[in-house]
Design a protein around this ligand. Structure first.
Ligand code: FAD
Length: 406
């Protein structure tokens, strides 16, 4: 791939930079040592930031125009992402909506749902979350037990979800529920759009080891969802969920951007810190930095190759799983090397320079190796779909869920 902008791309990039400079005062920026901003403490500013960016044409770049997007290319989307990172704009508050829920509504929603939901999602008037995982259903998502039972024009939902990112600020969620326990586990599921402010929805934040509470437990007690909020046909929920999951892996492992702290930041940090370490620590830190740089650049350039294929009309496949697996591993090497360079300062939450980038990244990355498919599950996918190894035995695939299949 050619790493230089074409004249059209350079012009597009200049326009993006102009827009970001013009609106700088209205946009939230992350400070030194921060990667993103806690959605609960800065919700209003994050929503405003996304709205301003949307009005400047920088949100929904690749979404079709008829759904409020810009009908742009993947390369334009990547340029916007690079420029937002350069301007130190935090992750968009509706990143789950933009990356996963919106594309699912576009693919499976009715015209009425698309009209009602998509423009508000793009402007962050409504924030969205993804209600899939449960206490006994994560990697084996089709084993979920939250039920939706038809009652007149409504469905009545009971059950519990967990690890739901952004549920504490969300207005809507896409909810996968069991509607027919007599059918095999993948066949008895249906997808809905749920109003997170509806009576019977209770959200309880879960605090992570880095201190923030980005995800939640969500309880449903007799929550009524009108049938008009069903996404796809009854019993078709698994097919709808696969659209969401495919978009999730592309969103996380996608286009070769670094998943944690950019490796260039590590190199700058190494230049500054290495001379301050004694000889033995310096040797070990140099090795750690070297390993991290090699892994990061290999992952980044492999991602660019995948990105080139996609921009030429290719369809995302198991490469997105490989990208997420390798990207997470490389990001961990970068964070570990960053912490090693701090030497004794690493034991404090913030160092003498007030820079807690490395500790936060190190604390956050184990979660990234679980979210959107654990490392082990991604290896299974690669083993089966890329290497052609025999699939795991699955005795419960065709038995009715209610018969005890799990
Ligand atoms: C930061 C973060 C954000 C998240 N956000 C959301 C969200 O917004 N919405 C949502 O619905 N969920 C979310 N999740 C949940 C996430 O999707 C699940 O945690 C994930 O799918 C794993 O499921 P689990 O936690 O139940 O672990 P389990 O599936 O119980 O896995 C436990 C261990 O067993 C291993 N394992 C399981 N099955 C196999 C197998 N077949 N072969 C080999 N090893 C296996 C796993 O790799 C893991 O090490 C989030 C998770 C995290 C960490």
């Amino acid at each position: 791939m050619d790493f230089d902008d074409t004249p059209e791309e350079a012009e597009y990039r200049a326009g993006v930079r102009r827009a970001l400079e013009e609106h700088a005062a209205e946009l939230l920026h992350v400070g030194a040592g921060e990667e993103t901003v806690d959605a609960a403490t800065a919700e209003a500013e994050l929503r405003r930031t996304q709205r301003v960016l949307y009005e400047a044409g920088l949100v929904g770049v690749t979404w079709p125009r008829e759904h409020g997007g810009r009908g742009g290319t993947l390369v334009q989307q990547a340029i916007v992402q690079q420029e937002l990172a350069r301007a130190r704009i935090p992750a968009l508050v509706n990143h789950i909506g933009l990356g996963m829920c919106g594309p699912t509504v576009i693919a499976h929603g009715s015209d009425d749902q698309r009209r009602r939901y998509l423009p508000r999602l793009l402007r962050a008037d409504d924030v969205w979350c993804q209600l899939f995982s449960e206490p006994a259903a994560g990697s084996d998502l089709a084993a979920l037990r939250t039920t939706a039972v038809r009652d007149g024009d409504d469905w009545v939902v009971n059950g519990q979800k967990v690890w739901t990112t952004l549920a504490h600020v969300a207005d809507h969620g896409i909810l996968l529920a069991r509607t027919d326990p007599q059918r095999p586990k993948h066949a008895g599921l249906t997808m809905f759009v749920v109003d997170m402010h509806a009576p019977g929805v209770t959200v309880r934040p879960l605090r992570q080891m880095i201190g923030s509470a980005g995800f939640n437990e969500v309880f449903f007690d007799d929550v009524r969802i009108p049938d008009s909020e069903r996404l796809g046909e009854p019993g078709e929920g698994w097919r709808v969920a696969l659209t969401t999951l495919m978009n999730e892996r592309v969103a996380i492992g996608g286009a070769g951007s670094d998943l944690g702290v950019p490796v260039e930041t590590l190199v700058a940090h190494a230049r500054q810190r290495l001379p301050q370490l004694d000889h033995d620590r310096q040797v070990l830190a140099r090795q750690a930095v070297g390993r991290a740089v090699v892994a990061s650049l290999a992952t980044r350039y492999t991602g660019y190759r995948r990105f080139t294929e996609l921009s030429r009309g290719g369809v995302p496949g198991p490469e997105a799983s490989a990208g997420k697996l390798a990207g997470t591993a490389a990001a961990k090497l970068v964070a570990d090397a960053g912490v090693r360079l701090l030497g004794d300062d690493a034991v404090y939450a913030a160092t003498a320079e007030g820079d807690e980038t490395w500790q936060r990244s190190q604390g956050f990355l184990p979660g990234l190796a679980i979210a959107g498919g654990t490392d082990q599950v991604l290896r299974n996918i690669l083993g089966e779909r890329v290497l052609g190894l025999p699939p795991e035995p699955r005795s419960d695939k065709s038995a009715p869920f209610a018969g005890g299949a799990r």
